[in-house]
Design a protein around this ligand. Structure first.
Ligand SMILES: [Zn+2]
Length: 400
C-alpha cells in the first residue's frame, strides 16, 4: 500500500520514541517490506514498515536513526505521511515479529546536540528577539542560523547562560496541548501543522514545537560549547558542540595548546603572546638574513671584472629577489650571460639567467634539453628549474 493509503487506513506508525526517548530495544510486527531500486534498476536494499518503532526518522534538520532489526542492519529511517520507513540491507518477512535495537550512542549524541540547540535558540529568542531560521545537526558539528547578528560579548554571555541551564538540570517536558490550550502558549517554530502539535518545553529556557526525541533532563546534555558565530545572510550562523563532542573538542584543543606550549617554552595560558613574539623574531631574522645576503652578493659583484664575460653562482639557499638583484647588477658589469642557481646537485636547481647580448630563450632551451629542465621567459631574462651537476652546468654557461 502507498504511504497515503496506509495513513488513511489509520496505520500510522506508533512512535515509541515520543513516549520514551531513551528506549534502546523494542519488539514490533513487520507490516510490509518492499525492495528498493536505484534509477538504473540496481538493488538498493529494502524499505520496512513496522506497527511501532523506536527509530526516529530524518526530519527537522536531524538525520534518521540507524541500528538493527532482527538480523538485518537499518542504515537510515525516513517518514512519509506519518508512516516510518526503515531502510534495511536484507528483507524481513511481513507478519513476523522482530526485535529492534537503535544505535543508542549515535541517538544519545544527537539528543545532546538537539536539546542544547533548543536552550540556545530559546535564549537568543527571549534575550534578542531573533528567530532560528536554519538548523543542521551534522556528523561533526551543529549549526544554528538566526535572523539577527550577535556580538562577541553576546555570544559569550549566551554560552554561559546555556550552560547554567545544563547545571540546573531542568526536566525537559513534552506536551500535547489542545488547540484551545495552544492559543495561550507562546512557543517557537509556529507553523501550521495539521493534527496534534508536540511541544518540547525546557522551563525557564525554551518552549518550541518539535517532533524529535530529547534528553529527559538538561544535565544529560553536558557541556554546551559555541565554537563559532559568523555573519550569514543578514543574520548569523552559530556552530556548536554539546556533550561528548564538546569534550573531544576540548581534548584536541588542549593537546594543541600543550604542543605549542612545549615548543615555545611558554605557559599554556600565554601561548598567544609567545607565538606573536616568535613571529616578530622570525621577521627580524629574515631582515637580517636579507642584509647578509646583499652583503655577500655585493662582495661577489666586486670581484667581477669586465673580462668576466659569462658569470654564474651556485648557492644552496638564496632569496629569489636577492638573486635577481645580483643578476641585474652583474649584467651591468659583464657582457655575457649572468646566472644564479639555487639548490644542490641532489635536489636540482632553480635558476635565473640574464643577458643583454644573448637571446636567452634559445640558450635556455638548449640548457633545459641537456639537464631535464623546464622554464622560459623573455630574451633578456629567463627562469626555470633543472637537474644536473654544478660543474657541468657552469661549463656550459662559461662556454656559451
Ligand atoms: Zn527541535
Amino acid at each position: 500500500m502507498e504511504a497515503k493509503e496506509l495513513k488513511l487506513s489509520g496505520q500510522e506508525t506508533e512512535r515509541l520514541y515520543d513516549k520514551n526517548s531513551h528506549l534502546k530495544e523494542f519488539e514490533a510486527v513487520v507490516l510490509s517490506c518492499e525492495k528498493k531500486e536505484t534509477i538504473k534498476g540496481e538493488a538498493a536494499g529494502y524499505r520496512v514498515v513496522l506497527d511501532r518503532t523506536a527509530f526516529f526518522p530524518e526530519g527537522g534538520g536531524q538525520f534518521g536513526d540507524r541500528g538493527r532489526l532482527g538480523e538485518t542492519e537499518v542504515t537510515d529511517t525516513r517518514e512519509k505521511y506519518g508512516i516510518i520507513y526503515h531502510e534495511t540491507v536484507t528483507p524481513l518477512e511481513p507478519g513476523c515479529t522482530v526485535k529492534g535495537r537503535i544505535d543508542y550512542d549515535v541517538r544519545f549524541d544527537r539528543m545532546q546536540q538537539h536539546s542544547g540547540e533548543h536552550i540556545l535558540s530559546g535564549l537568543v529568542h527571549s534575550l534578542y528577539g531573533y528567530d532560528n531560521v536554519g538548523f543542521h545537526l551534522g556528523e561533526e558539528v551543529t549549526t544554528l542560523d538566526f535572523n539577527g547578528e550577535l556580538t562577541e560579548a553576546q555570544v559569550k554571555d549566551l554560552e554561559r547562560l546555556a550552560n547554567r541551564g545544563v547545571f540546573e538540570n531542568v526536566p525537559v517536558q513534552v506536551l500535547y496541548p489542545t488547540k484551545e490550550q495552544l492559543k495561550s502558549v507562546n512557543y517557537r517554530s509556529k507553523i501550521e501543522i495539521e493534527g496534534q502539535i508536540r511541544i518540547v518545553s525546557i522551563p525557564g529556557y525554551d518552549i518550541c514545537a518539535c517532533c524529535a526525541p530529547h534528553v529527559d533532563r538538561t544535565g544529560e546534555i553536558g557541556l554546551i560549547k559555541i565554537i563559532g558565530c559568523e555573519k550569514h545572510r543578514g543574520g548569523c550562523r552559530m556552530t556548536i558542540l554539546c556533550g561528548f563532542r564538546a569534550l573531544s573538542d576540548y581534548q584536541r584543543k588542549q593537546q594543541s595548546v600543550t604542543e605549542v606550549s612545549v615548543a615555545l617554552s611558554a605557559k599554556p595560558e600565554r601561548i598567544g603572546e609567545a607565538v606573536l613574539h616568535a613571529k616578530e623574531q622570525q621577521g627580524r631574522l629574515r631582515e637580517q638574513l636579507n642584509r647578509m645576503q646583499q652583503l655577500y652578493l655585493g662582495r661577489k659583484l666586486e670581484e667581477l671584472t669586465a673580462e668576466d664575460r659569462n658569470v654564474c653562482i651556485f648557492e644552496e639557499e638564496l632569496d629569489s629577489v636577492a638573486a635577481r638583484n645580483f643578476i641585474n647588477s652583474a649584467m651591468e658589469k659583464c657582457g655575457g650571460i649572468c646566472g644564479a642557481f639555487i639548490g644542490t646537485d641532489e635536489t636540482g636547481y632553480h635558476y635565473i639567467l640574464g643577458s643583454r647580448t644573448t637571446d636567452l630563450r634559445v640558450f635556455s632551451r638548449e640548457m633545459n634539453e641537456r639537464f631535464q629542465g623546464k622554464g622560459g621567459g623573455k630574451p633578456e631574462m629567463v627562469q626555470g628549474s633543472l637537474m644536473g651537476r654544478a660543474e657541468e652546468i657552469q661549463e656550459m654557461i662559461l662556454k656559451a
